[in-house]
Design a binder for this molecule. Sequence first.
Ligand code: ARG
Length: 580
Amino acid sequence: MKQYIQSLLLQGVDGLKSAGAIPADFVPKIMVEASKDKTHGDYASNIAMLLRKPMGLAPRDAAEKLVAALPKSDRIARIEIAGPGFINFYVNAGYLGSRIESMLSDGGRFGVAKTASPVTVVCDYSSPNVAKEMAVHHIRSTVIGDACARMLEFLGNKVVRANHIGDWGTQFGMLIAYLEKMENESGADLDLSDFEAFYRAAKKEYDEDPAFAEKARGYVVRLQGGDDYCRRMWKKLVDMTMAQNQRIYDRMNVSLKPSDVMGESMYNPMLPEVVADLQKKGLAVKSEGADVVFLKDWEGKDGKPMAVIIRKSDGGYLYTTTDIACAKYRVEHFGAKRVLYFVDSRQHQHLLQAWEIARMAGYIPDDVVFEHESFGMMLGKDGRPFKTRSGGTVKLAALLDEAESRAAELLESRASDLSDDEKQKVIHEVAVGAVKYADLSKNRTTDYVFDWDNMLSFDGNTAPYLQYAYTRIRSIFRNAGEAAPGKVILSEEIEKELAQKLTLFSDAVVSAADKAMPNILCSYLYELSGMFMSFYEKCPVNKDGVPDDVRASRLSLCAAVAGVLKLGLSLLGINVLERM
Ligand code: ARG
């Protein structure tokens, strides 16, 4: 609707241009906003203020001329000019009703059209490290990145999910040596479920036993040389870590699959070539034995251009080198037009440097967008980085266990006739939904406070609240008996408002996907649910005395809200329930 009104205004402006009332080279920024106060219409534009100069008229007079030049539209009931020159649009309720009807019959898209210009988008997210527990910043990356991947895909883009795991580096010598030691001691294949402890023990051995350290260093060299044994041991570590992570993805309804793993090791063979190419292009130069690229737009400590090392004097490559090769690969191999990195804010400079070098080398063409979808830290209620009570890293599996036991408590208080199996399912979906939604609903750029009581509540902007709103609508349908949704007739003000809000679903999805900000969609769904609750208070559906046509219309509104909630939540990676 917004876009539609924008296009009407644009046609009006063009009309005035051909009539000579506006200079032909004037390009106005046409803004249309949904009005908060419905007595000022459904939408308003301030365009007339911007026309004062080019038209040489007071905004009210400019507004009058523009309104007269607008094409007729049956979607608009009335247009008014208000205050200093705002143009207010009143939407045609009959038209709105037919919009709801078409939302209900477009094959489950609920008004969200596929983009006219689909592109390949790479989403780099989750990206945990091998032989380490997924840390809190990986949780955020996983949850936010997955929601964005789903939205972009739903809009018709080809989405490549890239799980850029940390599976390469000198630490693997030590890890292989320690894995070998443990296998020798335990005889059988060991269970490596506590990565944190494994990593710590390996490091301790490395620091305290010179013979072990010597062996570990030897293994690094052999691994890099492609030695069979070391490759196998390395693969074991990668597989064990990713099997555990995959269980977490599945449990959390995260759409990542094993085939999405494209870790650092994948780019390793490309690094010598990349460095050679950067040398050939005169971008990489020798400095104290190392290969460095100078970034002229970046100031180093001494005020001179910043030097970024891409190969150390001992021949070792760096995290940056890998990300340069990775950027090149994403453009060349996938033909990506947009590459989104869901990585915490501490890596901002690292990413910008890698991309800058890749652009200088021509690996990233001008029309390809690389974006850092940065996010803040996850904090405990005390405002400090989120840790366990004893100060350790929070294990994701334990976090989900706790979410489930808290969800069970929350649901315990409600009378229910669900079977035990159904109850378990409800507990699981509420727990996972609550944890994910708590993260998704906040603006990702700020730090976020992890608070059990807030996220597992039926009040406020939470997953349980939205899941509950959905089950309420489903129960309306169970009670509706023979009655079915029918023609939408909007007579009550709250019905118009609800219908109006429903038509904005598409805008919310598009803008959340464009900005990689799932919180935009969360806010929309929350507002929609609130509006639905007010509608349902004022407009009974199944009560005696409600005329059949009114009832059919209200059932359509209910069906549209339920459909939008279910689809909207599924784009966020959250499931709804029939009953809870
Ligand atoms: N493995 C990294 C970490 O744990 C995140 C990788 C992000 N992606 C990338 N292309 N650098 O911090």
